[in-house]
Design a protein around this ligand. Structure first.
Ligand SMILES: Cc1cc2nc3c(=O)[nH]c(=O)nc-3n(C[C@H](O)[C@H](O)[C@H](O)COP(=O)(O)OP(=O)(O)OC[C@H]3O[C@@H](n4cnc5c(N)ncnc54)[C@H](O)[C@@H]3O)c2cc1C
Ligand code: FES
Length: 519
C-alpha cells in the first residue's frame, strides 16, 4: 500500500534543511545517464538540484517547488519547462521563473558545464533581471479584490516589468492569504497563522504595490474610469481588474444568525471557528461538499465530535461521481465523522440543530458550507455584461474596454470543454490573474489553461483536471483504499476530466493531453 502523506503546506518544510539524495552533480554525471526528455535528481553545493535534458540542451534548477515543496523530479518536462506533480505549478528551466501558479517564487538556476561525455552542475546563477516595461503601458492599474486572482495579477505585473502605479484594493483587513488552507492545516491547527499570508507586507512595499486593505468598493464608473470606495474615496484607473471572488451562500432558517453559527471564506472566519473550538465539544457542519468536508476533517483533528448534514445521498457525487464520493464519505467515517444525508437542517438553536427528518443533533458549534455566490454586484451596477458570472472573452476582457475580470466571478470561453464556464478553483483564479495582468499590458494572451483543483481529506489528496459539468459514464481504475486510483469522466468518446488519488504523473499527462487536443 502506498500511504504517502504529501506536505499539504509550505510551512511543513519551512526552516528544515532539504533532504538531499542522488548523485553529486557538481562532480558531473555521464551524458548517457540522462536521455532526452528526462530529469535526474541530485545535489550540488548542499542543495537539491534537478538536472533536465531537452534535446541537446541541459538545465539545472532547484528541485523543490516553491509552492508547498513538491518534488519537481517527479513532475513533467514540457517544452523547456518543468511542472510540479502536486498542484501543477510550472517553472521555466532557463530562468527558473514561476510561469504558472500556484507557485509564485522562482526556483534557483545553476550553471551547466558540458565536458565531452559528461555534464556537470556549476555555480548558482543570479536571478535574471526583470524585463523593462513596455512602451504605452498604462499609468495606473487598479485591482479590485486582493484574493487569489487579484494578488497574482499584481505580482505578475511587477514580474513583467510594469513600473506604473499599481493599487490592490481588498475588503478584508488581512494581507492576501493562502485561502485553501483556511479549511485545511490552519483550521486543523497544524499551520501557524504567520504562514498564512501569501507575502509579507514588506513585499508589497518593496514592489511598490499600494495595498489598500479593509476597503470595500461600492461602485465602478466605467465612463470616468473611477472606482469609489465606501467612505467616498476614489481611485482613477487606466486599466481595471475585477477580482471580487465569491461569498458564502447564507442559509435563512431559524437560528442561522446565532453567534455560534459560522461561515468560512476569510482568515477572520477561520480564526472565529478556531476560537469557538476552545469551548465547543460537538460541531455540526451543514453542507457535504469540499469545504464542508475539509472543515469536518480539521475539526476532527481538533478532537471535536463532528456531524455532517447534507441533502445528497452521496457527498461530492455531483462533482466527483458516486464511487469517489462514497469513498470520501467512508474515509471521513473512519475518522469518526457522523453523516446525516438526504436531509436538511430546519432549526438551529444554542445547543443543537434540528433536521427535516425530526432528528436533533447536539452542537455548540455550527459551520455552514453550502456553496458560494460570485460577487457580481459591482459589475452589474457598472453595466458590464453579466450572465451567472462576469462575461469575459478569451483575453479575460469584459464587455467594457479596459476592464478585465478574473477568478471566481469570471465566466470565460473554455476551449477544452468548448463551453463558457465559471469555476471556483484557486489555481484557475491565480492563472487568470496572471493572464489578465499581461493583457492589461496589451499582450493579447489567450487564457487557455486546463482547469485544475485539489482537495485534501486527512491523508487523501484528490487532484482534478479538466471540467465535466455532466458526463455519460465514469471509469474507475486502481484502488481508492490503496491511495492509487484514477476516475475518468467521459462523454461520448471524450474524457472530459480526470480525478486522481496519488497518481500525479497521470494527472499531469492528462493535463498535457487536453492542451494538445485543443490546439
Ligand atoms: C476555505 C476555502 C478552501 C478552499 N480550498 C480550495 C482548494 O483546496 N482548492 C481549490 O482549487 N480551491 C479552493 N478554494 C477556492 C478558492 O479559494 C477560490 O476559488 C479562489 O480564492 C478564488 O479567487 P478569487 O481571486 O476569485 O477570489 P478570492 O480569493 O475570494 O478574493 C476575492 C477578494 O475580493 C475581495 N472583495 C470582494 N468584494 C470586494 C469589494 N467590493 N471591494 C473590495 N474587495 C472586495 C474579498 O474580500 C476577497 O479578498 C477554497 C476556498 C475556500 C473559502
Ligand atoms: S507543491 Fe508544487 S504546485 Fe504545489
Amino acid at each position: 500500500m502506498r500511504y504517502v502523506v504529501r506536505a499539504s503546506f509550505k510551512g511543513n518544510l519551512m526552516g528544515e534543511k532539504q533532504k538531499l539524495s542522488g548523485p553529486d552533480l557538481s562532480k558531473g554525471v555521464a551524458l548517457s545517464r540522462l536521455a532526452d526528455g528526462k530529469m535526474l535528481l541530485g545535489q550540488a553545493g548542499g542543495e537539491a538540484v534537478l538536472l533536465a535534458r531537452c534535446g541537446e540542451e541541459f538545465f539545472a534548477v532547484g528541485a523543490t517547488c516553491t509552492h508547498y515543496s513538491g518534488p519537481l523530479s517527479e513532475g513533467l518536462l514540457v517544452d523547456g519547462t518543468v511542472r510540479c506533480p502536486w498542484h501543477h505549478a510550472c517553472f521555466d528551466l532557463r530562468t527558473g521563473a514561476p510561469l504558472r501558479a500556484p507557485a509564485l517564487t522562482p526556483v534557483p538556476c545553476y550553471e551547466v558545464v558540458r565536458q565531452r561525455d559528461r555534464v556537470r552542475v556549476g555555480k548558482r546563477l543570479p536571478e535574471p533581471k526583470l524585463p523593462a516595461s513596455a512602451d504605452g503601458a498604462p499609468v495606473r492599474i487598479v485591482i479590485l479584490g486582493a484574493g487569489a486572482a487579484g494578488h497574482c495579477a499584481a505580482e505578475t505585473l511587477r514580474r513583467e516589468g510594469y513600473r506604473g502605479q499599481l493599487v490592490l484594493i481588498g475588503a478584508d483587513s488581512d494581507l492576501p492569504v493562502d485561502r485553501p488552507n483556511l479549511s485545511k492545516d490552519y483550521l486543523a491547527g497544524t499551520a501557524p497563522e504567520e504562514w498564512m499570508p501569501l507575502r509579507p507586507r514588506e513585499f508589497f512595499d518593496e514592489n511598490r504595490i499600494e495595498l489598500v486593505l479593509g476597503a470595500r468598493a461600492i461602485s465602478v464608473d466605467t465612463a470616468r474610469k473611477q472606482v469609489i470606495l465606501e467612505g467616498g474615496r476614489g481611485y482613477g484607473y487606466d486599466r481595471l481588474l475585477l477580482a471580487t471572488g465569491a461569498d458564502p451562500v447564507r442559509l435563512d432558517l431559524p437560528g442561522s444568525d446565532l453567534p455560534h453559527v459560522h461561515y468560512l471564506r476569510s482568515l477572520g472566519h477561520s480564526r472565529a471557528i478556531i476560537a469557538a473550538t476552545a469551548t465547543a465539544r460537538r460541531a455540526v457542519v451543514i453542507g457535504s461538499s469540499f469545504i464542508g468536508l475539509e472543515v469536518a476533517a480539521s475539526l476532527r483533528a481538533r478532537k471535536l465530535e463532528v456531524h455532517v448534514v447534507g441533502p445528497d445521498a452521496v457527498p461530492l457525487a455531483k462533482v466527483m461521481g458516486p464511487e469517489l464520493g462514497a469513498y470520501i464519505r467512508n474515509v471521513h467515517e473512519e475518522h469518526g465523522v457522523v453523516f446525516h444525508l438526504g436531509t436538511r437542517p430546519r432549526i438551529i438553536d444554542a445547543k443543537s440543530v434540528t433536521l427535516d427528518n425530526g432528528e436533533r443533533v447536539p452542537a455548540e458549534l455550527v459551520v455552514i458550507g453550502v456553496g458560494v455566490r460570485p460577487e457580481l454586484s459591482l459589475a452589474e451596477k457598472a453595466g458590464l455584461a453579466v450572465d451567472r458570472g462576469v462575461l469575459v472573452d478569451e483575453y479575460l476582457q469584459t464587455s467594457v474596454a479596459d476592464v478585465f475580470a478574473a477568478g471566481d466571478i469570471a465566466r470565460w470561453p473554455d476551449r477544452h470543454s468548448g463551453e463558457r464556464i465559471r469555476v471556483e478553483h484557486w489555481v484557475v483564479a491565480q492563472r487568470q490573474g496572471q493572464t489578465a495582468a499581461r493583457n492589461m499590458l496589451g499582450r493579447r494572451e489567450k487564457f487557455d489553461a486546463v482547469p485544475f483543483f485539489w482537495s485534501a481529506h486527512y491523508d487523501v489528496g484528490i487532484n482534478y483536471v479538466g471540467h465535466a459539468g455532466t458526463w455519460d459514464r465514469i471509469e474507475v481504475e486502481g484502488s481508492f483504499d490503496e491511495h492509487n486510483a484514477a476516475v475518468r469522466f467521459i462523454s461520448g468518446e471524450k474524457t472530459l476530466a480526470l480525478a486522481t488519488i496519488y497518481r500525479d504523473q497521470e494527472s499531469l499527462q492528462f493535463e498535457r493531453q487536453l492542451e494538445l487536443s485543443a490546439t
